[in-house]
Ligand binder design. Structure first.
Ligand code: ARG
Length: 458
């Protein structure tokens, strides 16, 4: 394709390092789609004759059928997907195929193809995340009243409702979706027609190709058009943040599924056994989601480092933009699917959760608040009295509610038996009905609002 001024062909090592076809063949649909738009525009502008354009269009459609049926055969000599399509087009329609590359370059071509691919990838991720949100909503609704210990520092802190806990992840996923949506909106401009870097002398219509490819407008600066990979970085950064959320959720499941916790029984379909320890039911899927987030963050780092310090405009380094994005996308898709399936099918052992919430003095704050409200103690003094009561319960190896009134009064004579009403976990969660709080009424309100917001998207 470019051998006109070369006396020798590339060495086999050059062939190998130069070729991107092993990975960019993934772009074949986008490549053909962009070429179809380009040639239609060239014909409209009479840059290419109508009959030639028709031959090119028919040829491209035939190639699309062939690739769909048989995949793309890799030929390292043909470097990349753009050359593969053009070479096959030449085999099918002869030298007229050479007219397709008028007023464009592989530089604007690859930027266009890759943008189209990333845009589709964002749409797929969004659909997956919406499905995950729906599953979180269903399970949160079933468990709006179920109680488990809420932790800070992974120390039992205050009782919370399971619905509230699951809805926290719903919020994270909502932010992820809005990050992908922002990125999609920002990137939706067509680089096609920027040509190699400087634009073209042909009287092309960039608006037309932009519209045909579903872009909002053409990009405004041809140098930027061929050197911009922000869209890929935006994808990877959003993917990284999303994978962090999935990884945290996965970690909860790993902890919850462990025997000392026993909060969940993972479904058989998302666990594996051990070849030596028959009792084992390992949370492999959750662990792999946790692990994949590291690889996704690594892919993001890889492209950051590739792009750092590149001068305008296109540099071949940028060919390395695709493998990290493809890898991250596969890993993220699997992670979303695995977490969705796991949450859908997991058994929450609510008795066990409740028992643990009732131990560990999780209602100590409720007791302190009661001293403030009913006994008018300053909070700091209430905190101190509560500390002494907790120490007494610890000495007696019992819970706060198991202490007798005499025992309470041995710490502070002002305590009355009305205290017992605030020591239970149900009263505790029900009392936290501030906006966004853990009380079942609040959680149900959050779930209703979330369902309405999701329904509006359709
Ligand atoms: N395969 C190349 C890439 O992925 C296409 C652009 C090549 N352009 C060039 N002038 N060598 O970046």
């Amino acid at each position: 394709m470019w051998g006109g001024r070369f006396a020798d062909g590339p060495s086999s090592i050059m062939r190998e390092i130069n070729a991107s076809i092993p990975f960019d063949k993934k772009l074949w649909q986008q490549d053909i789609r962009a070429s179809l738009a380009h040639v239609a525009m060239l014909a409209e502008r009479k840059i290419v004759e109508a009959e030639d354009a028709t031959q090119i269009i028919n040829g491209l459609n035939q190639i699309a059928e062939e690739f769909a049926a048989n995949g793309v055969t890799e030929d390292l000599d043909l470097e990349d997907i753009h050359m593969h399509v053009e070479a096959r087009l030449t085999e099918i329609i002869g030298p007229v195929a050479g007219r397709l590359h008028t007023a464009r370059s592989r530089n604007d071509q690859v930027a266009t193809d890759f943008k189209l691919w990333v845009r589709d990838a964002m749409d797929l991720v969004d659909a997956g995340l919406a499905a995950l949100q729906n599953v979180l909503l269903d399970r949160a609704e079933q468990h709006a009243d179920s109680i488990l210990p809420g932790f800070t520092h992974l120390q039992s802190a205050q009782p919370v409702t399971l619905g509230h806990h699951l809805m926290a992840y719903f919020e994270m996923i909502a932010r992820d979706r809005s990050r992908f949506a922002d990125a999609r909106q920002r990137m939706n401009q067509s680089p096609l027609g920027a040509a190699a870097l400087a634009g073209t002398g042909f009287d092309i219509d960039r608006e037309q190709t932009a519209t045909m490819l579903g872009f909002e407008a053409p990009t405004r600066n041809s140098l930027d058009s061929v050197s911009d990979r922000d869209f890929a970085l935006d994808y990877l950064m959003a993917a990284t943040q999303c994978s962090l959320h999935l990884s945290r959720l996965a970690e909860e499941f790993v902890i919850w599924a462990s025997q000392p916790f026993g909060f969940v029984t993972l479904p058989d379909s998302y666990s594996t056994g051990s070849s030596i320890m028959p009792q084992k039911r390992n949370p492999d899927a959750a662990e792999l989601v946790r692990g994949h987030s590291g690889r996704i963050a690594g892919a993001m780092q890889a492209l950051v480092m590739t792009m750092k310090g590149l001068p305008l405009a296109y540099s071949k380094d940028m060919q390395d933009d695709k493998p990290p994005v493809f890898e991250a996308h596969d890993l993220l898709g699997l992670s979303i699917a695995a977490m969705t399936g796991m949450i859908e099918d997991v058994t929450f052992n609510t008795d066990r959760m409740r028992a643990l919430a009732e131990s560990g003095f999780a209602t100590a704050t409720d007791f302190a608040d009661w001293l403030v409200r009913e006994m008018q103690l300053p909070f700091r003094e209430a905190h101190h009295v509560t500390g002494a009561v907790v120490a007494l319960a610890e000495e007696n190896s019992c819970g706060l509610a198991d202490l007798s009134l005499d025992q309470f009064q041995s710490v502070d004579t002002r305590i009355t038996d009305a205290v017992y009403a605030v020591l239970g976990v149900d009263a505790s969660v029900a009392s936290r009905s501030s906006y966004g709080g853990t009380a079942p009424v609040q959680v149900r309100a959050q779930i209703d609002a979330a369902r309405q917001a999701l329904a509006q998207e359709k």
